[in-house]
Design a protein. Structure first.
Length: 230
């Protein structure tokens, strides 16, 4: 990696600022003064700024218990975002892996690993998402069959991938889908002739929402949780 890129990855500095420091002689590679931003460095090198070592950031992975009223985005003009609730260095580099509507609560995965994010969100990878759905009207007898056949959503050419459900009681189901179309669960339930009163995501792939997390809280994923997404 270029030295200027390495510095901007490892610190809050922009590449222009990094170049300025290199030019000023403030940066060293393996105790030798660096001369140019284009010099190549890797994690095997010891890079220092003003004598203080810097290290490349590794990808970060978090789960959040998203509260209602929070937008699944990096920036929003009128509402707090999930990223605003992440008190980490360089949080604007984090991305949400599978958005939730503003009124949906529950499991949100947040990472700066683009490839991992893709595995979570792509319909091709069959990464299951489980939602607790509160229904306005009682569960219909035909829901299971229609979900298994694939619901045809208004305005979509292709049917949804087959979904499964578990009835909890008359007005609550656990719904398992493997895609993330816009307002997918709400639109599926509407097309079954019912309405969603509340929606809560409980699980993504093998990762379950940690019951210890209060709404708005987050924690790093464990190595096993990260590896469970493949
Ligand atoms: N489906 C929805 O309709 N909303 C969500 O937030 C997530 C899935």
């Amino acid at each position: 990696m270029r030295l200027d890129k390495y510095i901007s990855n490892a610190t809050d500095l922009s590449r222009t600022e990094a170049k300025r420091l290199i030019k000023a002689g403030d940066v060293s590679i393996d105790a030798k003064m660096a001369t140019s931003g284009s010099q190549k460095v890797s994690s095997d090198h010891s890079v220092t700024i003003d004598g203080s070592p810097i290290t490349l950031l590794v990808d970060r992975y978090f789960m959040m218990n998203k509260p209602a009223g929070v937008v699944s985005a990096t920036k929003d003009h009128s509402n707090p975002t999930a990223i605003d609730l992440i008190y980490e260095h360089r949080n604007q580099q984090l991305q949400i892996a599978g958005r939730l509507d503003i009124d949906t609560t529950g499991l949100l995965l947040i990472t700066d690993d683009g490839q991992w994010n893709h595995i979570v969100t792509s319909p091709r990878t069959d990464c299951k998402k489980i939602y607790l759905v509160e229904l306005e009207n009682p569960v219909g007898d035909d829901y299971q069959k229609k979900l298994e056949e694939g619901i045809a959503l208004e305005g979509e050419k292709r049917r949804c991938l087959p979904a499964t459900m578990e009835v909890i009681d008359d007005h609550h189901i656990r719904l398992c889908i493997s895609e993330g179309k816009y307002h997918q669960v709400k639109r599926m339930i509407t097309s079954l002739g019912n309405e969603v009163l509340s929606l809560h995501r409980m699980q993504i792939g093998g990762i379950e929402l940690d019951p210890e997390l209060e709404p708005g809280d987050y924690r790093p994923l464990t190595a096993d949780e990260i590896a469970s997404i493949q």
